[in-house]
Write a protein that binds this ligand. Structure first.
Ligand code: AMP
Length: 400
């Protein structure tokens, strides 16, 4: 199955509904935007649609207002910021559906931002009536909010069936399109050798990712705290390192299933406590009174060797407590190895992105995903409802 891209559509004179991800961090009771990264990320799609002569209706959720209007989670400050970034007026709707919105629909070249979708409980319930009201606003639907694609909500799934009635079209925006392209290629048809680096806090968060990736990749390198649950399952000492006791059996099964392609750290940077500037040692096995907080230099060398021969690298999760130097060294070293490898590299959102940025190599990574949860589900082989609904042939014409 494939999806249409916004590039495939004729947008001239059309009213285009773009589901964007404007779920930005706010301070001062919702008045101040502390990072406009997500707004900037949507600009290419917005500019593209405006250049093609569309009138735009932009919609997003913001925070968790639990189905009721809450002035601290209004999108008003975002309208002002977007207007500044685009260099043109952005009208702010008082709601996201109903007569007050229908009276403000944009003409070609104009931009209307809807109020927070989650002010209506029907959004998260994927309510058909609410979906129909959203669909009624537009001629064409575009989803550019990859970070919300793992949620089957009215604005990400429900409204699409109604838009597709009457031969109206639905497509992925430029950002969403890039996500689908890179992630699909990495897990379905990667250039080989294809290797994965998985780290972070818990095995339990990434069980499905490990299970799916072990079928796809040639090597699976494990780091971070999750390595200690595996090492314990192999009977090694892990001292005071983070171990998920109830996942030791599962780790044993995963190791048996993966066989030699699963690699574990062979040495560790350990300390008595997690604190910046604390005394550290490098050990092959973590002694009883200490905890493993980063992969050691021999592990960095072994993993670097694998990465340097790879044609595709998939990465999710840091190799150590990268927020607290010196336990960032392993993660930074691998980030540099990925950057130097020349491989197609796909990095999951959240902490992995922060780690790549702190290593100063973000511009050498082929694709840094904008969706933490969504990219993890994609890597786990789970079909994302927001992507499935866009697929050609999905839902067309049948409504609910
Ligand atoms: P995740 O969200 O699962 O990718 O986990 C990221 C978190 O895992 C970060 O906050 C890291 O500090 C933490 N982490 C990575 N390695 C370790 C470790 N060896 N011990 C404790 N926490 C770790």
């Amino acid at each position: 199955m494939s999806t249409l891209s916004i590039r495939d559509l004729d947008l001239a004179g059309k009213r285009v509904f773009i589901r964007v991800d404007f779920n930005v961090p706010l301070a001062n009771g919702g008045q101040e935007i502390t990072s406009d990264k997500r707004i900037r990320a949507s600009l290419p799609t917005i500019r593209y649609a405006l250049e093609k002569g569309a009138g735009l209706i932009l919609a997003s959720h913001l925070g968790r207002p639990k189905g009721k209007p809450n002035p601290e989670m209004s999108l008003k400050p975002i309208a002002a910021k977007l207007s500044e970034l685009l260099g043109q007026p952005v009208a702010m709707a008082p709601d996201c559906v109903g007569p007050s919105v229908e009276a403000m629909l944009p003409k070609p070249g104009e931009v209307l931002l809807l109020e927070n979708l989650r002010f209506h409980a029907e959004e998260e319930k994927n309510d058909p009536e609410f979906s129909k009201q959203l669909a009624k606003l537009c001629d064409v639907y575009v989803n550019d909010a990859f970070g919300s694609a793992h949620r089957a909500h009215a604005s990400t799934v429900g409204m699409i069936a109604f838009v597709k009635q009457d031969a109206k079209q639905a497509a992925a925006g430029l950002l969403m399109d890039k996500e689908i392209e890179y992630l699909t290629k990495a897990v379905k048809n990667p250039a080989r050798p294809c290797v994965a680096i998985l780290g972070g806090a818990k095995v339990s968060d990434k069980i499905e990712v490990i299970q799916n990736l072990m079928k796809v990749v040639d090597r699976l390198m494990i780091g971070g705290a999750m390595a200690y649950t595996f090492l314990r399952a192999r009977g090694e000492g892990t001292g005071k390192s983070l171990v998920e006791e109830d996942k030791i059996g599962l780790a044993r099964d995963l190791m048996a299933e993966a066989g030699p392609k699963l690699m574990l750290p062979v040495d560790h940077v350990v300390a008595a406590e997690l604190k910046a500037g604390v005394e550290t040692q490098v050990v092959n096995t973590v002694p009883g009174s200490l905890m493993g907080l980063d992969i050691g230099p021999k592990t960095v060398d072994a993993y670097t060797q694998v990465i340097s021969g790879a044609k595709t690298v998939i990465w999710n999760g840091p190799m150590g407590v990268f927020e607290t130097p010196p336990f960032d060294k392993g993660t930074v070293a691998l980030a540099k190895a990925v950057a130097a490898s020349g491989a197609v590299s796909v990095v999951g959102g959240g902490d992995s992105e922060k780690a790549i940025k702190s290593a100063g190599v973000a511009d050498k990574i082929s694709h840094i995903s904008t969706g933490g949860g969504a990219s993890l589900e994609f890597l786990a082989g789970i079909e994302l409802p927001g992507v499935a609904a866009l697929e050609i042939g999905a839902n067309s014409g049948e409504g609910f």
